[in-house]
Design a protein around this ligand. Structure first.
Ligand code: DX5
Ligand code: ZN
Length: 225
């Protein structure tokens, strides 16, 4: 576990609890954090911005109570600013909003910060032009490149995310981080690393693996090659 993922430039693995067994979430979290994941990624879906509903502030707060790990909340919701305070209260350390929900990405980034988000991230769907994030770059701490169409775990990695990652990475300051989300597994993680990604979000390749600890070490082995 890495206490604050902004304090290192090493590649980090974030376990997305979307693929955890929710009936035993606390034990699932303990297993992946003691098994080598650096922090947790929480996929919040509103059934409006994406065609799925996951969980909200209550599960985020429950996660907060079960671990001190850094909580990276990915808001796949149409109104991130409206709900940001609830997630701050629930214990989120970072919150990422989608460019597709706003006409003014810089303004939304500043509003997220004003709502109390300690770390603000911005993300874009595979079909969205990379230039859309540029106006917000000076106001965010991290950029998340989606390598699947958001809504579900277990989808195939979309390689179009790689050139996008390279373009964004060149524009980031030393204290900003680049994150990728969707279809990351031992086969795809090396290409993302080569594109400059710092943080790798993984759901199914960890939680659907019969041996989670082995799954995490296989990912890490690929990163240290
Ligand atoms: C997709 C979510 C991802 C998802 C990743 O909508 O944002 O975080 O959980 O799942 P995998 O790793 O299975 O592609
Ligand atoms: Zn996500």
């Amino acid at each position: 576990m890495t206490a604050d993922p902004f304090n290192t430039t090493q590649p980090l693995i974030a376990a997305s609890i979307l693929s955890a067994r929710f009936e035993k979430l606390g034990a699932e979290i303990d297993e992946v954090l003691s098994g080598g994941c650096d922090f947790l990624h929480l996929d919040v879906m509103d059934g409006h911005f994406v065609p799925n509903i996951s969980f909200g502030p209550a599960v985020t707060a429950a996660t907060r109570r079960s671990t001190k790990a850094f909580l990276d909340v990915h808001l796949m919701i149409s109104e991130p600013v409206r709900y940001a305070p609830a997630f701050v209260k629930a214990g989120a350390d970072a919150m990422t909003f989608h460019v597709e929900v706003t006409d003014d990405v810089a303004k939304t980034a500043r509003e997220m910060r004003a709502a109390g988000c300690r770390h603000v991230g911005i993300t874009l769907n595979p079909a969205t032009a990379v230039e859309r994030v540029f106006p917000a770059l000076e106001f965010v701490d991290h950029v998340l490149v989606m390598s699947v169409v958001p809504g579900f775990s277990g989808q195939k990695f979309m390689a179009e995310a790689l050139p996008k990652s390279e373009i964004i990475k060149k524009r980031l300051r030393a204290n900003q981080r680049l994150e990728i989300d969707g279809g990351i597994n031992p086969e795809t993680i090396p290409s993302a690393r080569d594109a400059g990604v710092d943080w790798f979000v993984v759901a199914s390749a960890i939680f659907d693996h019969p041996d989670r600890v082995k799954a995490i070490s296989e990912l890490r082995d690929q990163l240290s090659r």
